[in-house]
Design a protein around this ligand. Structure first.
Ligand code: GRF
Length: 216
C-alpha cells in the first residue's frame, strides 16, 4: 500500500506559519482542512512559545516542522520577534496564523507581515477583547450577554483590535458554564479559522480602514 502523502511538503501550495502556545485544537483543525483539501495551503512551520505545548506533538504527528521560540530565553521581546521573523522567512511563509499564541507579538513581526497575520479570539470583538481563553468566555457569562462567539481578525499593534475578517455567533444558554460556552465557541472556531485563512490567501479579503471587504 502506498503511504499516505501529507500535503505539507508540497511547495506549490502557499505556506502557513502557525504560532501556538497550548492545546492546539485550532492547529489540528487547520491541518485537517489542509489534508482534506478544504484549504489550499500547507503548514510550513509551527512555532511554539513553550517547549511543553501539546500543539507541538500534533504538528509532529502530521510531519510538520516545528520550532520552539520561548520569549524568556531572549534578552528582549524584540529579539524573540526577530527570531520568529527569521524562522518564518526561512520557510517562505505566505501567511502567519496565531492559533492560541499567548505572548504579545513584537511590533517587528507585525511590521514584517502587514495584514498577513491572523488571530482567532473567543468572543465577538470588540466585546471582551484582551486576555486568553477562558477569560473572554468568563467575562461574557458574567456580563449576561445572550450571544457570544469567535472572531478572526488581522493582527495590528493594538491587541485584539485589528480589522475583523469573520465572526461566528453562538447562543449563551441560561445553564451555561465557562466550559460549556467555551466548547460551543470552539466548535465554531474550528470551522471559521480555515474559512478566513482561505479568503485571505485567495486575495478575497481587502482591508479598507477598519473594515475588511469580502469578495465572494
Ligand atoms: C482558543 O479559544 C482561541 O480562540 C484562543 O486560544 C484558544 C486556543 O485553543 N486564542 P487551541 O490551543 O487552539 O485549542
Amino acid at each position: 500500500m502506498r503511504p499516505h502523502v501529507l500535503p505539507h511538503t508540497d511547495v506549490a501550495l502557499p505556506a502557513l506559519g502557525v504560532l501556538v502556545s497550548g492545546r492546539g485544537s485550532n492547529l489540528a483543525a487547520i491541518l485537517h482542512a489542509v489534508e482534506t483539501g478544504e484549504l489550499c495551503a500547507r503548514v510550513g512551520l509551527v512555532i511554539s512559545s513553550r517547549p511543553d505545548a501539546p500543539a507541538l506533538e500534533i504538528a509532529m504527528a502530521h510531519s510538520v516542522p516545528t520550532r520552539v521560540i520561548a520569549p524568556k530565553e531572549y534578552a528582549s521581546r524584540a529579539e524573540a520577534g526577530a527570531a520568529i521573523v527569521a524562522a518564518l522567512r526561512g520557510v517562505g511563509v505566505a501567511l502567519v496564523v496565531l492559533a492560541g499564541y499567548k505572548p504579545i507579538l513584537d511590533a517587528c513581526v507585525i511590521q514584517a507581515y502587514p495584514h498577513r497575520i491572523l488571530n482567532i479570539h473567543p468572543s465577538l470583538l470588540p466585546a471582551f477583547a484582551g486576555g486568553m481563553a477562558p477569560r473572554p468566555q468568563t467575562e461574557a457569562l458574567a456580563a449576561g450577554v445572550k450571544l457570544s462567539g469567535c472572531t478572526v481578525h488581522f493582527v495590528t499593534e493594538d491587541v485584539d483590535a485589528g480589522p475583523i475578517i469573520a465572526q461566528a455567533a453562538v447562543p449563551v444558554r441560561d445553564d451555561d458554564t465557562v466550559e460549556s460556552l467555551s466548547a460551543r465557541i470552539l466548535a465554531q472556531e474550528h470551522q471559521l479559522f480555515s474559512q478566513a485563512i482561505a479568503l485571505v490567501l485567495a486575495g478575497n479579503a481587502r482591508v479598507e480602514g477598519r473594515r475588511v471587504i469580502i469578495q465572494r
